[in-house]
Design a protein around this ligand. Structure first.
Ligand SMILES: [Zn+2]
Length: 327
C-alpha cells in the first residue's frame, strides 16, 4: 500500500523520515485492527449501520430473529428475548395441520412461535392478511392480524360462514375487516400488572367493523347500523368465541368488539355485548302520531310540564348524561 520513493543525494534524513512514516502507519493500522476486533467481540453497535452490517462476523450466517409487525411489537425487550436471537439458525419447520387447513381459506404468513417478553407469546402464530370467501373473493384484514393459528382459523370461518352471508343482502361484496388490535403484550384492558390479556397470547382480536366494496362501513357498535344485522352478528360471534365483549360489558369495549378463545373451567363462556337501540328518530317514526289516531290518551306522568328555566334545564341534562354514561 505504501509506496516509498528513494532519492539520491542526502539519504540519511530522508530515510529516517520514511522510517518514521512507516512506523506511524503500522501502529495506526494496529490500533484500528484492535478496535474493530473489540467491537466484534462485544457486539457493540457500529457507528454507521451500512458499514456495521458487513463488519459483523455472524451477520450473513445467522437467520434474523422472528419479526413481529411493528404496530404489534412490544416496545422494548421483545427482540432480545426471541429464542432464535442467540442460537444457531433454526430448522425450517413444516406447516402445522392448522396452517394446512388455513391455507385453503385465507392468505397469511406463518410466524412460528412467538416468545416473550414475560408470559407473552404463542405457539404456531400467523399474520392473517385476508380471508378468502367461498366465491374466491378476498376480504382484507386491515391491518393484518397477528394471531395463533387456531384463532386465525376461527376468525376466518366466522367471516366466511356468518359475517359475509349476513352482509350479502346489503348489496356490494364484503371487502375488509377493520382490525383494531390483535397480538400485543399487555395486561387486560391495558391496565399494568393486571392479568395477562388474551392479546398477549395472540389469542384475541378486536374488531371494529366491516367495509363493503362501495365503501360503506358496518361498525358493530354503531347504533345507526341495522339492528337485526348487529343481533345476528352478536349471536354468531358468541357461538364461535368463548369470550365476546362489547358495549355494556366493562366500559373498555364501547368502541369495538373483543373476541377470543380463552379456555375456562367447565367450558364457561362470556358473551357480554349489549345491542343498543337505534337512534330515537327512527324509534319515534314507528310510533303513531296524534294526527293518525285522533285523540291520544296521555297518562298522568306524561302530562307536559312547564318549560324549565335555563339553570334547571342544564342540571337535568347533565344528570341524564351521567346516567347514560354509567350504563
Ligand atoms: Zn381485546
Amino acid at each position: 500500500m505504501a509506496v516509498i520513493f528513494l532519492h539520491s543525494g542526502s539519504m540519511a534524513p530522508e530515510i529516517s523520515r520514511v522510517k518514521f512514516a512507516v512506523v506511524m502507519a503500522l501502529s495506526m493500522a494496529a490500533l484500528v485492527g484492535a478496535a474493530v476486533g473489540a467491537a466484534a467481540q462485544t457486539g457493540s453497535q457500529p457507528a454507521t449501520p451500512a458499514r456495521g452490517r458487513a463488519a459483523h462476523p455472524f451477520s450473513s450466517a445467522r437467520t434474523p430473529p422472528l419479526v413481529i409487525p411493528e404496530q404489534f411489537a412490544p416496545p422494548q425487550e421483545a427482540y432480545a428475548s426471541f429464542s432464535a436471537a442467540g442460537g444457531a439458525a433454526p430448522e425450517p419447520t413444516p406447516p402445522s395441520a392448522c396452517q394446512m387447513r388455513l391455507a385453503k381459506i385465507a392468505v397469511f404468513q406463518a410466524l412460528g412461535t412467538l416468545v416473550g417478553p414475560g408470559d407473552c407469546g404463542a405457539p404456531d402464530a400467523v399474520q392473517l392478511q385476508a380471508v378468502v370467501l367461498p366465491d374466491q373473493t378476498k376480504v382484507t384484514v386491515t391491518p393484518p392480524a397477528t394471531l395463533r393459528c387456531a384463532m386465525a382459523e376461527q376468525v376466518t370461518e366466522w367471516m366466511r360462514d356468518d359475517v359475509a352471508p349476513s352482509l350479502a343482502h346489503f348489496g356490494p361484496p364484503l371487502r375488509a375487516l377493520d382490525n383494531f388490535d390483535s397480538y400485543e403484550c399487555r395486561g387486560r384492558n391495558r391496565v399494568r400488572a393486571a392479568a395477562l390479556s388474551e392479546h398477549g397470547r395472540a389469542d384475541a382480536l378486536d374488531v371494529r367493523g366491516f367495509r363493503l366494496a362501495d365503501g360503506r362501513e358496518f361498525r358493530l357498535v354503531d347504533i345507526n347500523v341495522a339492528k337485526d344485522w348487529r343481533e345476528k352478528t352478536h349471536a354468531s360471534a358468541c357461538a364461535r368465541f368463548s369470550t365476546v365483549l362489547g358495549p355494556g360489558s366493562d366500559g373498555y369495549h364501547e368502541e369495538h368488539i373483543h373476541l377470543d378463545l380463552a379456555e375456562r373451567r367447565n367450558g364457561y363462556r362470556l358473551c357480554q355485548w349489549e345491542i343498543r337501540e337505534p337512534p330515537p328518530a327512527q324509534a319515534e317514526s314507528t310510533a303513531p302520531s296524534p294526527d293518525e289516531t285522533g285523540a291520544v290518551e296521555i297518562s298522568a306522568d306524561e302530562v307536559p310540564l312547564p318549560r324549565p328555566r335555563p339553570m334547571a334545564a342544564n342540571l337535568t341534562n347533565s344528570r341524564a348524561a351521567k346516567k347514560s354514561e354509567s350504563k
